[in-house]
Design a binder for this molecule. Sequence first.
Ligand code: KG4
Length: 340
Amino acid sequence: MDTYILGIESSCDDTSAAVIKNGILLSNVTAGQAVHMAYGGVVPELASRAHQQNIVPVVSEALRQAGVNKEQLNAVAFTRGPGLMGSLLVGVSFAKGFARSLDIPLIDVNHLQAHVIANFVKEPGEESDQPRFPFLCLLVSGGNSQIIKVNAYNDMEVLGQTIDDAAGEAIDKCSKVMGLGYPGGPIIDKLARQGNPKTFTFAKPHIEGYNFSFSGLKTSFLYSLRDWIKDDPDFVEHHKTDLAASLEHTIVEILMDKLRKVVKDTHIKEVALAGGVSANNGLRNSFHEHAEKYGWKVYIPKFRFTTDNAAMIATTGYFKYQDKDFCSIDLPAYSRVTII
Ligand code: KG4
């Protein structure tokens, strides 16, 4: 018998729904929220209101694109957390009501685990190469920078993480200082492709073990820029591409230095990438260079499955469905939680 899972994601500012059949993605529909651009960051109250408006049309469209009736669904998987509470509650409440009305099981999904599981999203006709357990995963997003040892889809160990800002947060803040738009990641990425990464040098932290730090880099970037602007008020305009390339290069080096260390110590050479920052061209290139130079087998999700999306929630839901790992209707959303 076929198994159809509906996945729902609403942890931050993307309302997303996906349908998978026997582990194969049939649809993945996401409504973003342009409303936050004017504020230079996500405004939680506005995010939850937009989710309220988007959730029904997004789910309907996901079912329509998949060619699936709601009565065919076997379970509803939803992001339980971490995320913004108001945003989460929209998806969680919808999922509960929908599953109850169809009398089918509910599956709660940890958003961070799902980012890792994005490496297992399979599209029709695709012979995708999937990581084999145990593998390492560099999870880099606006809220997290972690190196995870993935023993099984539901057994993950954090080996190292940021002690202050996340990599995406650092990029977004530096982009803001340069007067570029929000979110800064894609803008810096685009500019960096035309710049020279060796033009400027920014401070790299010296942290013991496998942990990262990005707040020093952010401060170094800010102070350097202030000094340069004193001499040339249009410094950013004149050096935009080289600034972006040098910043990106430093962040990629900080991440990859630690990842190399973990690979060396654990002898695990299956290495995956996950989270919003994994859309970054410089980081993707560095992964491929490491594969070639050090014999790593690397896995990088497609662009559309790196930022927040429901395909990764539905895929995690499919794994949990096979284990009959369901949740009860009174399970609350959680805003703060680790990967384990
Ligand atoms: O995983 P994600 O969509 O949201 C959470 O943080 O949960 O990640 C968003 C982060 C933002 O900081 C954004 O600037 C960054 O990912 N990002 C990028 C790129 N696309 C998104 N950073 C660098 N290069 C990109 N192409």
